[in-house]
Ligand binder design. Structure first.
Ligand SMILES: [Zn+2]
Length: 159
């Protein structure tokens, strides 16, 4: 959805409904594009600052939105949990952006890291449980074969 520009930001709404304000709902400084709302806005940057560990390079944060998104969703190694954390963080930023618009009692979390880690632990736990419950689905082969029907049936079909 993000890669294909399907996130309903204010820029998208302004293109659909003339007269609609296209500026960012958080800072009101620039048009609210996908890249701005998920990465470049000060609100998003605070969340990313809390979600990223010090080993992760911020170089990818200079890329175009599609490249940024796809690069961060790639698994570097089997133990790398970053793509999941990246997805969770994007989702939380969008959720909190929407809450700030539609829920007048909402306030952006002061320290978003526990929110990100809590969701990551939940997803990780579900993945581990699923792999324990059905380990045979991973790396298993199923041989399929076909046997011709018995001769009697074949003869009756041939007339
Ligand atoms: Zn903004």
């Amino acid at each position: 959805m993000v890669v294909h520009g399907g996130l309903l930001t204010n820029v998208i709404w302004a293109n659909r409904i003339p007269g609609t304000d296209s500026r960012c709902a958080s800072c009101s400084l620039v048009p609210e594009t996908t890249c701005h709302v998920l990465r470049d806005c000060f609100r998003a940057r605070r969340v990313w600052g809390a979600a990223m560990d010090s080993r992760r390079s911020q170089d990818s944060f200079m890329a175009e939105v599609k490249e940024w998104f796809l690069n961060n969703l790639k698994h570097d190694s089997s133990n790398d949990s970053w793509p999941i954390i990246f997805g969770i963080t994007c989702w939380l930023i969008w959720k909190w952006r929407n809450s700030s618009i539609f829920d007048e009692d909402f306030t952006w979390p002061h320290n978003p890291k526990p929110n990100v880690l809590s969701l990551w632990r939940e997803i990780d736990s579900v993945e581990r449980t699923c792999s324990l419950l059905s380990p045979s689905k991973q790396n298993s082969s199923v041989w399929v074969s076909w046997r011709p029907p018995p001769r009697i049936i074949r003869n009756s079909l041939e007339g």
